[in-house]
Ligand binder design. Sequence first.
Ligand code: ZN
Length: 85
Amino acid sequence: MRAQPVNGMIQTDHSAGVCLHLGAAGERCYRPAMIGGFCEKHDPERISRSPLALVRLAAAMLLLFALLWPLIADVVRELQRWLHK
Ligand SMILES: [Zn+2]
């Protein structure tokens, strides 16, 4: 079986082996691996672009904003004072 482009992606044949992902119980993923050693579902780059990763990023940004809020409030106050001079 040779590599065939499917849905715009190159599906490799079984020479690339199976996905390197291990489940919670240590079970191997049975899907054929792509470049990088993971299947389409477990590709780390794809996972980093998933909605869950975006939610985590948004939560981290919110936390950072909350932590820096006293500083941001000071800067805003200074700006307002400067603008209303
Ligand atoms: Zn997998």
